[in-house]
Write a protein that binds this ligand. Structure first.
Ligand SMILES: NC(=O)c1ccc[n+]([C@@H]2O[C@H](COP(=O)([O-])OP(=O)(O)OC[C@H]3O[C@@H](n4cnc5c(N)ncnc54)[C@H](O)[C@@H]3O)[C@@H](O)[C@H]2O)c1
Length: 336
């Protein structure tokens, strides 16, 4: 299988990147940015049924006509298929494909290990097979677990994951360390802190709450509403990933990508209310297993190594999300 730009007989002077999970929330924003900045992009996605295929197709719809994009429907769990259909020359691999979400991982841990651990191992073997020199991995703030020392720093070696999902992300970082040490593949793990913005995954709180509010349904508030999250705007995460793709000073790094600002659950709900112009109905529920009381990123390292400067005001980011949600729903209504 040849990339479109090869089929069209164009010279291959542009840098090549393979993005796994490119039809997803973060992946599709990254694909858009990379196309704009002149990369040849191959993306692998199996359109996992965790949420609707239509949403993932919509995520990529604005880019499908681009000649420097190749979309392959492949599964990172299937190594022979990856080699058969996706092997090629890549300057960097960005591995975002995963089973995401903390709570569903408790119900189905085996599936999470299969995709997130074995899938990551396959992608590392694939990188070696293709001679790709650099690998950027989507890790997660969940690896810190219940670590009470905030803000969470990469130098803090106290990882206390409390969900299968979090444990799979720790495993991915460790596998990457092995490949950096044994085979000299530069491995950069980025620990994302709750990413939000247009196209956000429908299972994440902001998206779920917004839907429930517009339908007049009660919002489940777990615990007393004092849990705090460090929310990071998706375009800023994309800037961080793009910088990690070019980082070349050391062979292995773990870097937080957060906003270094926390928002309480109650404040989150009020901000969504303002953006949507509706009042939420609240339903109080006990704390959920696997949930942590707070997430809070120290971004000193991201600033120093990647020039990462998160600036998006939270209410503006939420307004952008709300606008996208309205547009998406009216588009889907027209198609239906
Ligand atoms: N969104 C967040 O707040 C957040 C926070 C921390 C870490 N992360 C990590 O960032 C990455 C992207 O997250 P997202 O929110 O964009 O999720 P997403 O579910 O929107 O995107 C993941 C994509 O991976 C694909 N995928 C799943 N299993 C696959 C498989 N076996 N083979 C090929 N493709 C497969 C899915 O179809 C999906 O399009 C994930 O690794 C996630 O764990 C996300």
């Amino acid at each position: 299988m040849f990339a479109k730009w090869e089929k069209l007989g164009e010279t291959i002077l542009m840098n090549s990147v393979l993005v796994t999970g490119g039809a997803g929330f973060i992946g599709s924003h990254l694909v858009g940015h990379l196309l704009e900045t002149g990369w040849n992009v191959t993306t692998i996605d199996n359109f996992d049924p965790f949420y609707a295929r239509e949403d993932k197709l919509l995520n990529l719809s604005g880019y499908r006509a681009r000649r420097n994009l190749r979309v392959l429907e492949l599964d990172v769990r299937n190594y022979p298929e990856l080699i058969a259909h996706a092997a090629g020359r890549y300057d960097v691999i960005v591995h975002l494909a995963a089973k995401a979400g903390v709570r569903p991982s408790i119900a189905d841990p085996g599936d999470y290990v299969e995709t997130n651990v074995n899938g990551t191992q396959n992608m590392l073997s694939f990188a070696r097979h293709c001679g790709a020199p650099q690998f950027v991995f989507a890790s997660s703030s969940s690896v810190y677990g219940v670590n009470p020392r905030v803000p969470w720093s990469e130098n803090d070696h106290v990882l206390m994951p409390i969900s299968p999902y979090a444990a799979t992300k720790v495993s991915g970082e460790l596998l990457g360390h092995v490949y950096a040490q044994l085979f000299g593949i530069r491995f950069i793990a980025l620990r994302f802190f709750t990413v939000y913005g247009p196209r956000q995954r429908p299972d994440l709180a902001i998206h779920r709450f917004a839907r429930m509010m517009t339908q007049g349904l009660p919002i489940p508030v777990f615990g007393d509403g004092s849990t705090r999250r460090d929310y990071t705007y998706v375009e800023e995460v994309v800037q961080g990933i793009a910088a990690a793709m070019k980082y070349d000073r050391t062979l292995f790094e773990i870097i937080n990508l957060g906003s270094h600002r926390t928002v309480a659950l109650t404040e989150l709900i009020e901000t969504i209310e303002d953006a949507l112009g509706v009042k939420a109905v609240l339903r109080h529920e006990p704390e959920q297993p696997g949930d942590v009381p707070q997430t809070y990123a120290d971004v000193t390292k991201a600033r120093a190594l990647l020039g990462f400067e998160p600036r998006m005001p939270f209410p503006t980011g939420i307004e952008n999300f709300a606008r996208w949600l309205r547009e998406r729903d009216s588009l889907m209504a027209k198609v239906a």
